[in-house]
Write a protein of this length. Structure first.
Length: 316
């Protein structure tokens, strides 16, 4: 089995880091790079420096000081997860991790460079966060890939739970949007003048395009532009601001251009039609039931591979 690598930034890390980094903590000095080996895990060392770095990252994200043993256990878990990932061919490359790191920064509305500086000023190397992200990416892919059937949540179970908690409806009216993302590529480091030029081009294209067919014909032959495969989303999948933009966009036309890391992005709206969607209560219960199944499965899996791991303490 070769599990699919999940490149999306783990939300657990993002939720923890976002308020802390935004607030800006007091300066923490850069640690001396102590390389004394504390634990060997399947022949892979965990050093004093690794423990110091993870301790600072944990303190930064939780606002609590973790015990040394708790930190060591986290690092051991990461080592056994990474080995298990390699066993099944789940081994994200540098580009995968950098993409996830950049995604985290984008969600925090800062650049990757600013995220790196925010970490470093608090004494945390970016590699420490990236290592934690990589372990979570590997583990999520493994658990979801190997135990897909076990993690499924039955519709009847969800419906029964909704009714037991007093929910009267399972579905409500909503809207289904079919769309294709478009990007006018702007290379990193380009001048503001070039960005403005591409923005003007985007507005010109908006005036020309009147259907998804026209958009595909135009952007598949336009240099330094790309049109992606169509995606279908419902009201429940989209934030309110984007729903309003799509509701205000005529069918077959482009949404207003937006500046992103890739360049100037727009969406061509291919269709918009009424549909039925799950109620917020039903979605909440389904997500909760899935999370419970995932947590139980993840813990049992981790316990199993950790028992089989070779863990040798050197200095504690």
């Amino acid at each position: 089995m070769r599990a699919t690598i999940m490149t999306t930034t783990p939300l657990s890390i993002l939720r923890l880091l976002l308020p802390v980094l935004a607030a800006g903590l007091m300066l923490i000095g850069t640690p001396a790079r102590a390389q004394n080996i504390v634990v060997m895990v399947n022949g892979d060392p965990i050093t004093d420096f690794d423990i110091e770095q993870r301790s600072k990252l944990d303190q930064l994200t939780t606002q609590k000081t973790p015990s040394r043993q708790d930190v060591i256990n986290e690092l051991i878990d990461d080592k056994v997860k990474m080995k298990e990932g390699k066993k099944y061919g789940v081994d994200p490359g540098v580009s995968d991790i950098d993409q996830s790191y950049a995604g985290m920064a984008q969600r925090m509305r800062i650049t990757p460079e600013q995220l790196t500086k925010s970490l470093e000023v608090k004494g945390v190397r970016p590699e420490t966060l990236k290592s934690r992200m990589k372990a979570e990416m590997v583990w999520t892919s493994l658990v979801r890939g190997r135990y897909k059937e076990r993690l499924q949540v039955g519709e009847k179970d969800v419906a029964d739970k909704v009714r037991s908690e007093g929910g009267e409806k399972l579905q409500i009216e909503g809207t289904e949007y079919k769309m294709q993302p478009i990007v006018l590529i702007v290379p990193r480091g380009s001048s503001q003048a070039f960005m403005e030029q591409r923005h003007k081009e985007a507005e010109t294209y908006r005036a020309r395009v009147g259907s998804c067919e026209e958009a595909n014909s135009l952007f598949r032959s336009t240099p330094n532009a790309a049109i992606r495969e169509s995606v279908t989303k419902t009201t429940a999948d989209l934030p309110e601001a984007l729903r309003k933009v799509l509701d205000d966009t005529p069918i077959g036309h482009l949404t207003p251009p937006e500046v992103t890391r890739q360049g100037i992005e727009m969406v061509v709206l291919c269709s918009r039609k009424p549909t039925t969607i799950d109620t917020p209560k039903k979605r909440e219960i389904r997500e909760k039931m899935y999370a419970e199944k995932y947590e139980k499965t993840s813990k049992a899996y981790l316990d199993e591979i950790r028992k089989a791991a070779m863990i040798e303490y050197r200095n504690r």
